[in-house]
Design a protein around this ligand. Structure first.
Ligand code: ADP
Ligand code: 5GP
Length: 203
């Protein structure tokens, strides 16, 4: 007879410098584990060519962002590389209440705010193998102009200083290996007795 169980959802914070592979790893996790839902952030940044409203981000004006701040709609929000980004509280709370694991792809400022305020979370810092690799990745991704790339690389040096605030670190050198490590963290965390509640049957 199968063991019956209940699960409590996990808030999984994936963070680290721009270009380190967070989006790639988040997509891989979403594609292979239906227990995860992505928290679609709000941003004042302009959409890139491949980005879809409501899938990658909710793209809004500065005024709309200000309104959401005044309505206390954000779990956290921060200015990152000159643009504003925020995590909407209501969808995260709804998905968690439905029992899903929720993925946040957010910068270290936002991650630290969530860690200070949330009762329960799992935090993972994604590192590049080197700053040179990060430079190459940002150029290869071909989504930001050279000035923007320099800004992101400069910020990356400050961001990696915050690694000690996180529970886990993954170096994304070999993508398959990094993904396997991220999956191991997620799978182990799913089995904490605070999140996994099995009921042993009599027979
Ligand atoms: P982030 O979401 O952290 O800004 P992305 O997921 O967009 O980063 O990755 C940045 C670029 O690096 C993308 O072009 C992606 O395909 C590439 N990339 C991701 N992981 C690796 C890796 N392990 N090795 C080489 N390139 C990678
Ligand atoms: P990008 O402009 O490349 O999509 O994202 C730039 C940075 O903003 C990345 O580090 C990404 O993780 C972060 N980011 C995306 N959404 C949010 C959010 O809702 N809050 C915060 N604090 N950072 C975010």
């Amino acid at each position: 007879m199968a063991v019956k169980f209940e699960r409590t959802g996990m808030l999984l914070i994936i963070s680290g410098p721009s270009g380190t592979g967070k989006g790639t790893l988040v997509k891989m996790l979403m594609d292979c584990d239906p227990s995860f839902r992505f928290s679609c952030s709000v941003t004042t940044r302009k959409p890139r060519d491949n980005e879809i409203e409501g899938v990658h981000y909710h793209f809004v004006t500065e005024e709309a962002f200000d309104r959401l701040v005044s309505e206390n709609a954000f779990l956290e929000h921060a200015t990152v590389h000159g643009h504003r980004y925020g995590t909407l509280r209501a969808p995260v709370e709804r998905m968690m209440a439905e029992g899903y694991n929720v993925l946040l792809d957010i910068d270290p400022q936002g991650a630290i705010t969530v860690m200070q305020n949330a009762d329960d979370y799992v935090s993972v810092f994604i590192l590049p193998p080197s700053f040179e690799d990060l430079r190459v990745r940002l150029h290869t991704r071909n989504t930001d102009d050279p000035v923007e790339i320099e800004r992101r690389l400069k910020n990356a040096r400050g961001e990696v200083q915050k690694i000690d605030r996180y529970q886990y670190a993954v170096v994304n050198d070999n993508l398959e290996l990094a993904f396997a490590q991220l999956q191991s963290i997620a799978n182990a965390e799913k089995h904490r007795t605070t999140r996994f509640h099995p009921h042993v049957a009599e027979n």
